[in-house]
Write a new protein. Sequence first.
Length: 159
Amino acid sequence: MDDNISQEQFGVSYRPNLVIRGILGHFLSAKTSHVRSTTEDLFVRALQNMSDPIPEQLGFYVLPYTLPEIRIVRDLLLVVNSSPTLFNVMKVYPFAFIVTSERVFAPFPNWHEYFELNPDSYVRLEPLNSNPVRCGWPENSGAQVLGLHAAQSVIAFPA
């Protein structure tokens, strides 16, 4: 038996619209305050009616993450191109999901094309043409990272 099964032989399919909504739901479920941000209002819109498209204002990026350590970052401000941007990150093998209220990580693979896809539609999983995310990026990138405030920003490393 050949242990080197290619992706074409395996034929992995998934429902990207549901994956996106699941990640957004996770970020909402980890909420630590009753005041919602503009970004969270967009998350709620995406989850209220599954037949509606995901709000186009969101940036939803997917990158390879090859480390076994799970890292979750919620509601942090990252200064990108001299402009503060609120972001959320979930890194769990084999993917890192980065969600922003704007499309600031333009060179990264963006799942915006799946925002209007029917949640029940399957798509063939294609290889991600990007370098893997480092364990501490973007939360420990050396760039200016600011918490929304101490009661709302969360960085977690579940065991």
